[in-house]
Design a protein around this ligand. Structure first.
Ligand SMILES: [Ca+2]
Ligand SMILES: [Ca+2]
Length: 161
């Protein structure tokens, strides 16, 4: 009887962990969940909102992930949008050395739009820029833009639980 209960408990717990889910409103891509904001805020405030959701501004680590984000943004906005979405990248520490804020890692995958980054010390925050086909651009951190939050689906499930 005891063994049966433990087995049932394991079935429930193990199944739940295997089926890590995103929260309502978040989109799944591989092992991560993404929130595309409807509101606009400066880069720092955007990061704070993501942190409040136990997430961080999106970290783009591969061409595949970049393609997913671009595809969703084009779906949301259609072509020719002037919207822009903050990412986690910054060169605020050392000009032209871009790092992901949440990890401190130097950025290895970069998909800058043509002629970007182009604003030097004036622009130290990274976004996906609609006017440039949602490729990466450096922008003034104080600009009010949309933002993308990202968290692992496993973390999302734990927060849900
Ligand atoms: Ca800069
Ligand atoms: Ca720029």
């Amino acid at each position: 009887m005891m063994k049966t209960s433990l087995l049932l408990l394991c079935l429930v717990v193990c199944f739940t962990q295997g089926e890590a889910q995103c929260r309502d409103g978040w989109l799944r891509f591989h092992d991560n969940c993404y929130l595309f904001s409807r509101d606009r805020a400066p880069w720092g405030d955007s990061a704070a909102v993501c942190n409040a959701f136990h997430s961080h501004l999106a970290i783009v680590e591969s061409a595949e992930e970049n393609a997913f984000l671009k595809s969703e943004l084009n779906h949301l906005h259609g072509g020719g949008s002037s919207a822009a979405y903050w990412l986690d990248g910054t060169d605020i520490e050392v000009e032209d050395i871009w790092r992901w804020t949440s990890t401190g890692d130097k950025i290895t995958y970069l998909n800058w739009a043509a002629n970007q980054p182009n604003n030097g010390h004036a622009s130290n925050c990274m976004c996906l820029y609609g006017g440039l086909s949602f490729n990466m651009a450096d922008e003034h951190c104080s600009t009010n833009y949309n933002y993308i939050c990202e968290m692992s689906a496993v973390d999302a499930s734990e927060v849900l639980g």
